[in-house]
Design a protein around this ligand. Structure first.
Ligand code: CUA
Length: 315
């Protein structure tokens, strides 16, 4: 519009849906603004005082009018609510079979870690037409991952994993911002999301990654930190068997149950005593301060990669 970029490009599967709701809201607001302003002017003219001594005739209530201006706005707001809730659920629930990428926010940069081992800073390469799920955390303060062209935005919190998903629909390069004030150079915490055709993406993936996959980096760390002395696949170790554990439900020594997810693995590494698996002693030392956020991601990915061994009963 006159060369002014009022709107970012719509480059994800949900962008047109977010825009549709947004335009509906604008439409409703414009309609009622005009209606109210019009009525105001009309009534001011029609019912103005015509002689200095004129006295108003008072007003009588009108039940149909009151019902109308209660029910119509209620209906409109319910449409907005249901529409918005539907969109919210779509945005906040990643579909199955996503391409997973880890993201770590830090003052003042975005770090991305692909499962194949590639790492990037302030650049994120993704294929077009594929559901991508970012598993994001922060290593210091609250940041906010924001790609206007995808209409996705999520606070990235220290000590937690949040997921953001999108399906890019157009190849190209799109701005990435931090949308939460996070210190002096917050405004410089920007980057690019580079959406590539699947074949180009494959070529890009195979281009670098001298260090091997994230899970293999985790495997190395797992033995470097001597985790493997207690977490043994043969159930003879002092810690729970990790093979096949991810995504399973475990019973804690308090009798509670929980599903093993990224957050639980992370907590078990940093605060092992917080939630002890039933039947085990709280003897694991903490690794707080000994492993970085990236190393945690590698360890989590390694635990995820451990498939259940057929002959072993996991506890
Ligand atoms: Cu990070 Cu603002």
């Amino acid at each position: 519009m006159w060369g002014i970029p009022l709107f970012p490009e719509a480059a994800s599967s949900i962008a047109p849906r977010v825009d549709a709701l947004y335009f509906f809201l604008i439409g409703v607001a414009v309609f009622f603004s005009l209606l109210i302003a019009g009525m105001l002017i009309y009534c001011a003219l029609k019912f103005r005082r015509k002689s200095p001594r004129e006295i108003g005739s008072g007003s009588k209530g009108s039940i149909p009018l009151e019902l109308a201006w209660t029910i119509i706005p209620l209906a409109i707001t319910m449409v907005i609510f249901v529409w918005g809730a539907d969109l919210f659920v779509t945005i906040s629930r990643p579909p199955d079979n996503t391409l997973n990428i880890y993201a770590v926010g830090k003052q003042w940069m975005w770090k991305f870690q692909h499962l194949d081992g590639q790492r990037e800073i302030n650049e994120l390469h993704v294929p077009v037409g594929r559901d991508v799920k970012l598993i994001a955390t922060s290593e210091d303060v609250i940041h906010d991952f924001f790609v206007p062209a995808f209409r996705v935005k999520a606070d990235v919190l220290p000590g937690r994993y949040v997921t953001v998903w999108f399906r890019a629909t157009k190849a190209g390069s799109y701005h990435l911002f931090c949308a939460e004030y996070c210190g002096t150079r917050h405004s410089g915490m920007t980057g690019e999301v580079i959406v590539m055709e699947p074949s180009e993406y494959q070529a890009w993936l195979s281009g670098g990654a001298p260090e091997g996959s994230l899970a293999s980096a985790g495997a190395k760390l797992f033995s470097d930190l001597a985790c493997n002395t207690c977490h043994r696949p043969d159930a003879q170790g002092r810690g729970p068997v990790l093979e096949g554990l991810f995504g399973k439900t475990v019973t804690l020594n308090t009798g509670e149950t929980l599903t093993v997810d990224e957050a639980y693995v992370r907590e078990s590494i940093l605060q092992p005593a917080a939630k002890i698996t039933g039947g085990f002693q709280p003897i694991m030392p903490t690794f707080q301060g000994l492993v970085t956020e990236e190393q945690l991601l590698a360890l989590i990915e390694y635990v995820k990669s451990l498939k259940a061994l057929p002959q072993v009963q996991t506890r």
